[in-house]
Design a binder for this molecule. Structure first.
Ligand SMILES: [Ca+2]
Ligand SMILES: [Ca+2]
Length: 143
């Protein structure tokens, strides 16, 4: 568990750093694609959200949400990701939807930094956003 200070611009910078963002989303996608068929199935995507806790933080669900309600929610999220209704989520769909979610989170955060306790793993985009910002801060500034 890591505690990070994060605000809207931290998240937005991460999303707008295209090369970095793409790499990190692609890596996450590859990890989530458990059977390596190049697409995410409904259950793979659900597992992803349970791990990342991205949806929970975005939609303000807390852990006491009844399982059947969660299933409904995950179903509706899957429909959102699966833009072309193919029944699976491909890399393009995943990337664009993650981007939308992160930008919505950024808007929600606004400019007032908040402290967040995040799982210390690389599947958490908010953690990666914070790490990216930290790495920039630690770079020597040009004279
Ligand atoms: Ca798969
Ligand atoms: Ca699809």
């Amino acid at each position: 568990m890591a505690v990070v200070i994060i605000d809207g611009s931290t998240v937005r910078d991460f999303v707008n750093d295209e090369a970095h963002f793409k790499k990190s989303v692609d890596e996450t996608f590859a990890k989530l694609d458990l059977n390596s068929d190049g697409v995410l199935s409904r259950s793979e995507l659900r597992k992803a959200f349970e791990t990342m806790r991205l949806i929970e933080s975005h939609f303000g669900i807390d852990i006491v949400t009844p399982p059947e309600q969660l299933t409904q929610l995950y179903d509706s999220i899957f429909e959102k990701f699966d833009c072309d209704k193919s029944g699976t989520v491909d890399l393009e769909e995943f990337r664009s939807e993650i981007k939308k979610i992160l930008l919505a989170i950024a808007d929600g955060l606004g400019s007032s930094p908040i402290q967040m306790a995040l799982e210390d793993d690389n599947q958490n985009f908010l953690k990666q956003a914070a790490d990216l910002e930290a790495s920039k801060l630690h770079q020597p500034s040009p004279a």
